[in-house]
Design a protein around this ligand. Structure first.
Ligand SMILES: Cc1ncc(COP(=O)(O)O)c(C=O)c1O
Length: 405
């Protein structure tokens, strides 16, 4: 049931190296539909100003539009209230905010944070910084050969020192869909005070999200993978948790009253949004959510399922191709190597065939080490991809095989 959403994305009408453009790198950053580009253009052309505290119409209208996006994000992920949505720069910014605000306020030397072996560096390094600062311990859920998390091992990591568990919902390097609801339940059954953070950078694009059903305390995502602009992401936190967190950064817009003796801060989420926010980008994110909703997850899921099956079948026929995306539950991400070639060579030859893929460690160096790799080739799907893109990828891979014999 392929519909032609490709036409909504101006970039995709171009050629690359004289070839039809097959964009298979949406896992890194997705292309933008004309609806998002126009929404941002409209603000810049007709209604731009700073928001909050402007008494003139343009500022008041844009403030209302900006705050309406907060509600839109809340509705999109099933939050209880728009006040639980903090606008951040991206996922990285959101996780650093949680580590530095919640982590510094609630964790002490010897407390334990559990992450997994398939985390993006954005969900590793902020906890290492915190470890250096206050002496927390990091524990790691191992990844099994079938690219899933070892849940038995996970259960043995839980202890009375466990304070937070932070795991990725869909792995950007493998496509594995982790059973985060089970991971949350296991932790909460062990100790209801353990906090759970879900990195939704990839899942926000591939499946409908309901943070209430997930049962976690934090959910974070980045706008640019959701067909929105760069420079904008969101952090959802349960209000009773956000209320216990001090500001992350200080400055304008996050205060109630400032004097040299004492400053008081606004309630969440505004307490966490110091300085002039990325106003135009927030409007772009709102347009991206409207766009994804207009396409609908029913279509996205069905279409992706079809392309995963097709891609898997075609890739499996290539001799010497090792597919690491092999978890039973996975999204449209194919991570692989080809015997006798380096992923960078594959990427460069695919470029000549008009195919954009990502090669390297995908910001998951520990995961690469787990599989004794330094890099893979990763082809990742967006809602605009079709079977022609997969065919073009396969054709390019046969060219690689010819060249490397
Ligand atoms: C699973 C995952 N987590 C975190 C990130 C970081 O996102 P950003 O660079 O937008 O902060 C990414 C981006 O690739 C990702 O795929």
């Amino acid at each position: 049931m392929t519909r032609n959403y490709r036409a909504d994305f101006p970039v995709l009408s171009q050629e690359m190296n004289g070839k039809r453009l097959a964009f298979l790198d949406s896992g890194a950053s997705a292309q933008k539909p004309v609806q998002v580009i126009e929404a941002m253009d409209r603000v810049l052309n007709t209604g731009y100003s700073n928001i909050h505290r402007g008494l003139y119409a343009i500022s008041q209208n844009l403030t209302a539009e900006y705050e309406a996006v907060r509600q839109k994000v809340a509705d999109f992920i099933g939050a209880y209230s728009d006040k639980e949505i903090v606008f951040t720069r991206n996922t990285t910014d959101a996780i650093n905010l949680i580590a530095q605000s919640w982590g510094r306020a609630h964790l002490q030397r010897g407390d334990e944070v559990i992450i997994s072996e398939m985390e993006h560096h954005a969900n590793i390094v902020p906890w290492q910084l915190l470890r250096d600062q206050i002496g927390i311990e990091l524990k790691i859920i191992p990844v099994k050969d079938d690219a899933t998390l070892d849940l038995d091992a996970y259960k043995t990591l839980l202890s009375n020192k466990t304070k937070l568990i932070s795991v990725v919902h869909i792995s950007n390097a493998l496509g594995t869909i982790n059973p985060v609801q089970d991971i949350v339940k296991i932790a909460k059954d062990f100790n209801a005070y353990i906090k759970l953070l879900i990195d939704g950078s990839q899942s926000i694009v591939h499946m409908p999200i309901d943070v209430k059903a997930l049962g976690a305390d934090f959910f974070v995502f980045t706008g640019h993978k959701l067909y929105g602009p760069t420079g904008i992401g969101a952090l959802w936190g349960r209000m009773d948790v956000l209320e216990t967190m001090p500001p992350y950064q200080g400055g304008g817009d996050m205060i109630e009253h400032v004097s040299f003796e004492k400053t008081t801060y606004k309630e969440p989420p505004f307490r966490f949004e110091a300085g002039t926010p990325p106003i135009v980008e927030v409007i772009g994110l709102g347009a991206a959510i409207d766009y994804v909703r207009s396409v609908g997850f029913e279509y996205i899921l069905e279409h992706e399922k079809e392309l995963i099956a097709y891609g898997q079948e075609r890739l499996s026929k290539i001799e010497g191709l090792n597919l690491y995306s092999r978890a039973p539950q996975r999204a449209g991400i194919f991570s692989f190597t080809i015997d006798g070639t380096h992923p960078s060579d594959v990427g460069m030859i695919l470029d000549q065939s008009g195919v954009c893929v990502r090669t390297g460690h995908h910001c998951c160096m520990p995961l690469m080490q787990r599989f004794s790799l330094d890099a893979t080739v990763r082809a990742s799907l967006g809602l605009y991809n079709d079977k022609d893109d997969i065919d073009q990828l396969i054709e390019g891979l046969y060219k690689v095989k010819d060249l490397f014999g």
